[in-house]
Design a protein around this ligand. Structure first.
Ligand code: ZN
Length: 293
């Protein structure tokens, strides 16, 4: 009763002001992450490591000390929804293009790499990929493209590149544990053994950042394109749809388990904020602001 009278008064007396404030509030909420990413974003570097086929459901039992340390000391979610169908191309493209396949298909659609090139004032990106399909994400040569395999030699090469070239954005996408899942089954002993091996490779890459002398200004982002079940993926089940996200490093909250619903398209905008870049209007994903200290 009181409230309705009060509201009636305000609306009657100051309709234009109230509507104006409402419009400013809703518009402002939507616009803040776009226009003013993060207060005083320092010169930070991002190292993104993608593991093709790492379903979030398999992480709890995985023997991955490097990843688990980053989860403990960073911000994470095991409930990042990917896009359908739960296959690699729709999901890697959505992850790096900040928008789902039905919106991101135009030529020259902005990627995290092209945004860094266009806004980064000389900042540089490198993209280490194993699956050749990923080359299509960087047809514009907005990153230094390097093909790799899932092995120690590749991890050592990546670490050396990082230490010497000091790229602002390093993206590494291993084609495992997907290959092992297809041949041996998701959740098999071989699948978990591959996760342990990948964890060791990630430790080597982390060491490259330390050797480069910029560990303290780097944020690691770890995620995946899809999970799997039995010997495949492509369908809409939790084990195929939920992928992990781990954000760890400079300025990132420690021990945060993110509760809000996240999508794979939120990862590029979050990396853009870390790098101090504006978010293109074409992107539908939102930066995950709660990861920041
Ligand atoms: Zn696959």
């Amino acid at each position: 009763m009181v409230r309705s009278v009060l509201n009636g008064k305000i609306v009657r007396l100051l309709p234009g002001v109230v509507l104006g404030i409402l419009a400013a509030c809703t518009g402002g909420l939507r616009d803040i992450p776009d226009r003013e990413p993060v207060p005083a974003a320092p010169a930070r570097r991002v190292v993104f490591i993608g593991l093709d086929g790492l379903g979030a459901a398999y992480l709890s039992r995985a023997d991955m000390p490097v990843v688990k340390r980053m989860i403990r000391e960073g911000a994470s979610s095991l409930h990042v929804k990917n896009v359908l169908p739960t296959n690699s191309w729709p999901n890697w493209s959505s992850l790096f293009r900040g928008a789902p396949p039905e919106r991101n298909g135009e030529e020259n659609f902005p990627t995290i790499f092209s945004v860094l090139r266009d806004q980064g004032r000389g900042k540089r990106a490198v993209f280490f990929y194993e699956w050749s399909g990923l080359r299509d994400i960087c047809r514009d040569h907005s990153a230094d493209m390097r093909d790799i395999q899932t092995d120690m030699a590749a991890a050592a090469e990546i670490a050396a590149y990082i230490a010497e070239e000091k790229p602002d954005l390093t993206v590494v996408v291993f084609n495992e544990p997907d290959s092992t899942g297809h041949s041996e089954r998701w959740g098999s002993g071989a699948y978990y053994a591959k996760l342990r091996e990948l964890d060791g490779l990630m430790g080597l890459i982390e060491q490259g950042v330390k050797d480069g002398g910029f560990y303290d200004s780097t944020v690691f982002v770890i995620s995946a394109d899809h999970g799997g079940i039995l010997w495949g993926h492509g369908f809409n089940t939790p084990r195929q749809r939920n992928v992990p996200l781990i954000v760890y490093g400079r300025g990132i909250r420690k021990g945060l388990v993110i509760q809000s619903p996240l999508g794979i398209c939120d990862i590029a905008p979050t990396m853009a904020v870390i790098l101090g870049l504006g978010i293109p209007e074409e992107w539908t994903g939102r930066p995950i602001m709660e990861v920041f200290e």
